[in-house]
Design a protein around this ligand. Sequence first.
Ligand SMILES: C[S@@+](CC[C@H](N)C(=O)[O-])C[C@H]1O[C@@H](n2cnc3c(N)ncnc32)[C@H](O)[C@@H]1O
Length: 299
Amino acid sequence: MAEPGNADQIAFWNGQVGEKWAGNHNQLDHAFAPLTASLLRHVGAQPGEAVIDVGCGCGDLTLALARSLGADGRVLAVDVSSPMLAQARARAALQTPGTIAPIEWVLEDASVYALPKAEFDVITSRFGVMFFADPVAAFTNLRRALKPGGRVVMLCWRPMDQNPWFSVPRASVLPLVPTPEPMPPGAPGPFGFADSDRVLSILTEAGFSDARAEKLDADLTLAQSPTGSDVDALAAATQFSVQTGPVGSLLREASEETIAAARVAIKAALRPHLGDGRVVLGAGCWIYTATAAELTPSR
Ligand SMILES: C[S@@+](CC[C@H](N)C(=O)[O-])C[C@H]1O[C@@H](n2cnc3c(N)ncnc32)[C@H](O)[C@@H]1O
């Protein structure tokens, strides 16, 4: 079952984009590693706890959680993307059984999926909660899965201009492609939860208490050459930008010539961020936290 308003996002994450994320998850997970480490510290998962990973994608956070929860813990990982979830399941199958928390992978729309009521200690997400057409309804549904006093801890992007890893390659390609439609503020998408006042209101309206937003900044390594070669690192970072994120979307309909020109433009834009065989750019995120209040019959 899916919320009809989420149909476009579900198609998006099951199309080319989902396939590309599934194919490039190693590079994405490597780039996001400092953010993931910080998110895990904020989650503070305790052995034996039960955790939901919303929009788990290819399962990098899910597996890290399952390791820290241990065999007595429990993870429910939910996502709408079939190719990404297939990748996540394949990675989980490589783990030694009995060493990590059991993971239940669910291919469903988290905003309406009938989660077990009041069974989980934590709901978390690495960039998987900004795509709901009706976020208040989605977080009301998610909250009901938390035990009273359970917590939500999620990582979301701040606005694009505070994310050079995203905006620098994107700006270099914009002159080469038709001008994209501006996204209305708060529309489902990577920057849908960039406005912290709005997100804190959503969480409060969905029945959470003590909603807070904390800034998290980090340097992301878009590519690193194992031999320390700047040439290789720049080529890999360019490929990463073309394959995923904003530039991937901008080039989805582009001709071979435009893609070739985009590669030249991206390389030039990323060169100032190159050194010691690595391409490094800044990222700006929010860590949102809130607590599930006691359940009342009406909520
Ligand atoms: C930006 S990706 C992040 C994936 C993963 N958490 C990571 O950090 O690599 C966003 C994820 O949210 C998922 N997603 C989008 N809408 C969803 C929904 N309504 N229910 C569950 N997952 C959803 C997408 O399929 C995708 O895997």
